[in-house]
Design a binder for this molecule. Sequence first.
Ligand code: ADP
Length: 427
Amino acid sequence: MNTDQAFTPEALERFEQPRNYGPLDPWDGHARVTGPCGDTMEFWLRIADRRIAQATFTTDGCGPSRAAGSMATELAIGKLVKEASQIEQNDVLQALDGLPKEWEHCALLAVNTLKAAIRDCQERRRTAQPCGECSKTECSSKQRLANESEQDFLDRQALTQRMCQIGHKLLVMSGKGGVGKSTVSANLAISLALAGKQVGLLDVDIHGPSIPKLLGLEDGHVTMRNGEMVPMEIGDHLKVISIAFFLSSNRDAVIWRGPMKYGFIRQFLKDVAWGPLDYLVIDAPPGTGDEPLSVAQLVGHPAGAILVTTPQDLAIADVRRSVSFCEKVSMPVVGIIENMSGLLCPHCGGQIDLFKTGGGESLAREMGVPLLGRIPIDPQIVTCGDSGTPYIHHFADSPAALAFAKVVERVIASTQVAPTENRSIAN
Ligand code: ADP
């Protein structure tokens, strides 16, 4: 490769002598990420007083990879962890005075590996238990590092890598069952796909998976290819996975405890061939139990919750718990959807407030989170759900579908993601 013409002095200097090169031991966070170009980068971090005290890296890539990795470590060292996690591809490119276009992906690989290593630190700190001997969390954190098997490490990296290929994860939650959460998840996923986004829909409602029924995929099953689960596909833009695809009959009941649910959800995130996605919509069971908690712990950033409620006080009270759950697990709330918000009389066109109206709106105001929209009751939604026909597609001009379209616009506006082709390993 003749580099002399195309590369800036800042980059060339680091081709031969990258700063902070080589593994670090001991370390607080570690990540290994392979980019779509096939280059692998590894980062090690040491944290002190909430700052990146040391950052090192290695790569099997050539000069531009070394320059980008080097610059990412240089930018990160000394920064608060939170600031370092906000370093972006452009920051590395600017600090290098640019890279030729065909090598810009090296800067993306470097910042993604840095971010994955930061997440690794945070995950280790979050799960560390006080040590029996000295009762210091850090002590046992180090034991955990020593105890982690190579397989555990590889599994964690595989999950990180898979999640890095997804622009935004949307966890759809509700306080109660029957408020239309699965209906919203299915129609949201379809709308995003119709808007040209690449979308995954993951049904982790382990005890009552209804996504296959809503989408007419009841006979769906999952095949394996190269050790990965291949999801069902609807058109070119929507991939679907549900626990229901693994049950021999829709009368089978799943009786699993927390750790089994965690393992199952982790496998669905890590081992499904999602490919690069703009959005992964995750339909969780009602409440704030093991399933939403597992999702929140596993998906990384960026992710946000969409809370579905009906307008009456009884349902609203439970949504407060969902908001507080999101605060505790540091998951931003994208917004609240008030579903079944009034019924338009088919005879006179007047509105009947079957479950009252406006409850979601006042809750959104009270909790300081956006109201994404109010979707009225439409009996066609029930008919479509029962026959597995996407409502939003077939009744696009109905008041409920138009309300839903506004919700989708707001979701897209508040979760702007880079186009899939520019983001094949981006956060
Ligand atoms: P959840 O996932 O919260 O348990 P579902 O999405 O399964 O709720 O919806 C429960 C029932 O309510 C389904 O029969 C569904 O078709 C119906 N439903 C949902 N939203 C609406 C709506 N806006 N208008 C009419 N029926 C609705």
